[in-house]
Design a protein around this ligand. Structure first.
Ligand SMILES: Nc1ncnc2c1ncn2[C@@H]1O[C@H](COP(=O)(O)OP(=O)(O)O)[C@@H](O)[C@H]1O
Ligand SMILES: [Mg+2]
Length: 149
């Protein structure tokens, strides 16, 4: 089952991230998709702040993955530039380190994503309106969505 959430401004998108963060668990994976400016980084920032990350979370576009310290480690990835090729990056290594992994442009590396994950596809409706489509894969993520949404 998919969950559709409409947000009317960036704060409402941050709120969705905060709600999901309350049920975080080690090795959690959130896969964000949606065009440029849809709010992927905004979501990641909201989630990271809620995790107690003190450092400012910025778009990792030029580093592919950035690590932050919070209640759990946060691995924030932007795989846009990889062009579908995960060359040199061992995604599985990050997914097993006990932290939370948030991947922007995850749909570009579909083949490499873990089976168990939460997909969030963000659609731009207009300047401030977004529809977040949450698709849980695996029991843990179904429970997560049922628990907080
Ligand atoms: N409902 C909304 N949710 C998220 N961001 C929004 C929303 N409405 C407007 N915005 C704006 O859209 C932009 C999203 O930027 P960003 O998160 O960097 O996108 P992406 O990482 O998907 O390219 C921000 O400037 C933010 O203020
Ligand atoms: Mg971004």
């Amino acid at each position: 089952m998919d969950y559709k959430i409409t947000t009317k401004n960036e704060y409402e998108t941050i709120e969705v991230a905060q709600n999901l963060e309350t049920e975080k668990f080690p090795n959690m994976v959130i896969c964000l998709s949606g065009e440029l400016g849809s709010g992927k980084t905004m979501f990641a920032k909201g989630f990271g702040d809620a995790m107690g990350v003190k450092e400012e979370i910025t778009s990792p576009t030029f580093s592919i993955v950035k690590e932050y310290e919070g209640e759990l480690a946060l691995y924030h990835m932007d795989v846009y530039r990889l062009d579908g090729e995960l060359a040199g990056i061992d995604l599985n290594e990050y997914l097993a380190k006990g932290g939370v992994t948030i991947i922007e442009w995850a749909d570009t590396i579909k083949e490499s994503l873990p089976k168990e994950r939460l997909d969030i596809d963000i659609k731009i409706i207009d300047e401030n309106k977004r529809v977040l489509v949450l698709k849980p894969h695996g029991e843990k993520y179904v429970d997560l969505c049922e628990g907080v949404l």
